[in-house]
Write a protein that binds this ligand. Structure first.
Ligand SMILES: Cc1cc2nc3c(=O)[nH]c(=O)nc-3n(C[C@H](O)[C@H](O)[C@H](O)COP(=O)(O)O)c2cc1C
Length: 310
């Protein structure tokens, strides 16, 4: 079984990727999407979004980092993908799932799921632009408004040359409302020959087992579930039997604080800490109690002090 850490824009940056992959169980992770709209991106953008390019495109715990691009222009995506690979990206992932209105207005993300031909053209162009040894992969939802093109889209991505597909089991219209339709991921899995990574609403070991059996997929991707329970991948793989107690999870949270303190406006840093607590509170009552206190605090150091006594 392989387990990936999902790309999560505004949340899962280099710091959280380091913490979460350091917990074990993850085989690879994916950067937040890098938008390609009008021009060739300067190298500094690739390094900013994926600082791991400076260290062989691996996190500190040697987990590979795949680089995700989002856009709609095949030529521009191809040129930028080629540059990202020159800078060391080991895999180029293409985003066809983002539901954000600002992205869809510019015809990127899940908007393209209405046009299988465009999906094909994009993957084909990117595939042709990067060396054969570098996989080009795609991440899709089940559709834009409905699921009618789910299979056609997956087959278009496969025909374009995708090495594997990650499927978030919902349409754009379904946003993040449960459930994720794991059975639909299974229909796609049956319809393509390339590996399919199943994604959506995996919050526990039981969810992971149910997702595997409903979708028939050996590969899973964890997003919010990994934020809520950072040792989830390890538990799913049976690398540990017991969930991490708050006393140890708190140490990871403090490590995160130390990584990000002083990296920006104090209010922004405090915001990041609270953002993670919002997820952690689902698994840890102590994190919920800490969040209640932290909500009123604007200074990261005050949140750190509150963590120590939590
Ligand atoms: C805050 C947030 C940001 C996200 N950003 C991205 C992104 O940059 N690229 C992408 O392909 N998916 C993105 N996603 C979607 C996730 O990768 C994943 O498909 C989705 O959360 C469903 O998985 P989950 O139920 O395990 O969270 C994002 C999701 C969230 C919650």
């Amino acid at each position: 079984m392989r387990i990936a850490l999902a790309p999560m824009e505004g949340v899962c940056d280099v710091n959280l990727r380091q913490i979460l992959t350091g917990m074990g169980g993850f085989d690879y992770c994916v950067t937040e999407f890098i938008r390609v709209s009008h021009t060739m991106l300067p190298d500094k953008v690739f390094y900013r979004e994926c600082p791991e390019l400076h260290q062989n495109a691996k996190t500190a715990s040697s987990v590979p980092v795949h680089l995700q691009l989002l856009g709609s222009d095949p030529r521009l995506l191809a040129d930028n993908a080629a540059r990202a690979v020159e800078l060391g990206a080991p895999v180029i992932d293409l985003n066809f799932g983002c539901p954000a209105r600002c992205v869809n207005k510019h015809t990127g993300g899940s908007y393209l799921l209405q046009y299988p031909d465009q999906l094909f053209s994009i993957v084909e162009a990117v595939r042709a632009a990067v060396p054969e040894s570098v996989p080009v992969t795609a991440k899709m939802r089940l559709g834009f408004k409905d699921k009618t093109l789910a299979i056609e889209n997956a087959q278009a991505l496969e025909a374009g040359g995708a090495s594997w597909l990650t499927v978030h089991g919902r349409t754009k219209a379904e946003a993040y409302r449960p459930p994720a339709y794991w059975n639909w991921i299974g229909k796609i899995n049956d319809a393509v020959a390339i590996p399919v990574v199943a994604n959506g609403e995996i919050w526990s070991v039981e969810d992971a087992m149910a997702c595997r059996s409903e979708s028939g997929c050996e590969y899973l991707m964890l997003g919010r579930g990994a934020l809520a329970r950072p040792d989830l991948a390890r538990l799913i793989k049976g690398e540990s039997q017991e969930a991490l107690p708050w006393s140890l999870m708190k140490e990871e949270f403090i490590r995160y604080f130390r990584m990000i303190e002083g990296t920006g406006q104090p209010s922004r840093v405090a915001g990041r800490l609270k953002q993670w607590l919002v997820f952690l509170q689902q698994s840890y009552p102590d994190a919920a109690a800490l969040l209640m206190v932290a909500k009123r605090l604007k200074c990261p150091d005050e949140i750190y002090q509150a963590t120590l006594v939590s």
